[in-house]
Write a protein that binds this ligand. Structure first.
Ligand code: SF4
Ligand code: SF4
Length: 345
């Protein structure tokens, strides 16, 4: 058995999810839609299709894993779980993209993460039961985000010896290992885990329980703990848009909190499709760069016509995608923690 029967049977083939799916929007083909992929999964489960069937191979990788199909589904299909089970089977051993294999090997080794330096530099233990998780991508690429978060929330504990949360594994065909890494991290970070990465928050919440995990904006808003000042550009209040994190929005239902925080320090501008995927999608932008850019393109056009100074991300993968896409334009991409830090200056 590849899939959890109950999960696979839940789909009633109504098609409500089709307009929400970014890959269906790109191709207009049923096979690239959530309903079409569930039909493929059923064919794999019953043996009608072999795992090396070209459509199965292509669609298991073309899917962004953004889970935009979940909140719109009247039958409560847990598509994210189905995709994890599909990739566990489809991407076994050598069938897993080599780049995904390399990335998973790197982030699962804590000594490599320590080489990135930030854990030691930020490590501090104050006996509190609320810890800031230093995500793997953020540690390597955007240490300024962790520094900004700690300036805004100086009371958070930052234990040393942090590892990977396992989200990368869960989304790339190793969901068992992904769950194991989440449990290990849960033991190393006692009490509430606060994270600035929407993707990690959703994975940890699914593995450790929703009450153990707070995304940074949720945690700040609960405490009314944002800076008093405002972000200004050219003598006026800055105009700031948000790009939702797919897993934060579709997996945890967190949408209001980052918007409220932006409104507290700047003029908030809602992008027409702030909730749709930016194409970063974890490893997707590395594994399928051309498709990733195609998903991003209409979003860049929206950002340009919105006339904003900043676009804010709440996940490091989205931040990387937006920074690359906005290179050479007057709009800057920032993490929410960095924007709030600007307001606190
Ligand atoms: S996944 Fe949900 S919305 Fe999509 S076809 Fe199946 S039941 Fe309908
Ligand atoms: S996860 Fe995203 S890309 Fe994949 S089927 Fe659902 S909406 Fe489409």
């Amino acid at each position: 058995m590849i899939f959890d029967d109950e999960l696979l049977e839940r789909c009633i083939s109504c098609g409500f999810c089709l307009p929400a799916c970014p890959t269906y929007a790109l191709t207009g083909e049923e096979a690239s839609s959530p309903r079409g992929r569930i039909t493929l999964m059923r064919a794999l489960e019953t043996g009608q299709l072999e795992p090396d069937d070209p459509t199965l191979v292509e669609q298991s990788s073309f899917c962004l894993g953004c889970r935009a199909c979940e909140p719109v589904c009247p039958a409560g299909v847990q598509y994210g779980n189905l995709l994890e089970q599909w990739r566990d089977h489809q991407w076994r051993g050598r069938d897993r993209p080599w780049l995904a294999r390399v990335l998973m090997a790197v982030v699962a080794r804590r000594w490599l993460l320590r080489l990135q330096g930030l854990v030691r530099r930020h490590a501090r233990a104050r006996g509190r039961a609320e810890s800031l998780m230093l995500g793997c991508v953020e540690r390597g690429l955007y240490p300024a985000v962790s520094r900004a978060a700690l300036r805004i929330a100086p009371d958070l504990n930052v234990p040393a010896n942090q590892g990977c949360c396992g989200a990368l594994h869960a989304h790339n065909g190793e969901s068992g290992r992904g769950a194991e890494l989440a449990r290990e991290l849960g033991k190393r970070l006692p009490g509430t885990i606060v994270t600035t990465a929407g993707g990690c928050a959703a994975h940890l919440a699914a593995q450790l329980g929703r009450d153990r995990v707070k995304e940074f904006s949720e945690w700040l808003l609960e405490r009314n703990a944002w800076p008093d000042g405002e972000v200004r550009v050219d003598g006026r209040r800055a105009r700031v848009a948000l790009q939702d994190s797919c897993h934060l929005r579709n997996g945890m239902g967190v949408t209001r909190e980052p918007r409220e925080l932006i409104k507290a320090v700047a003029d908030y501008v809602e992008l027409p499709n702030a909730g749709s995927c930016c194409g970063a999608a974890g490893t997707y932008s590395l594994l399928r760069p051309a498709d990733s850019r195609e998903v991003l393109a209409p979003k860049l056009a929206e950002i340009e016509s919105a006339g904003v100074d900043y676009v804010v991300a709440v996940n490091p993968g989205c931040l990387r995608q937006l920074r690359q896409g906005l290179r050479g334009t007057p709009v800057k991409a920032l993490h929410l923690a960095e924007l709030l830090r600007l307001a606190g200056n």
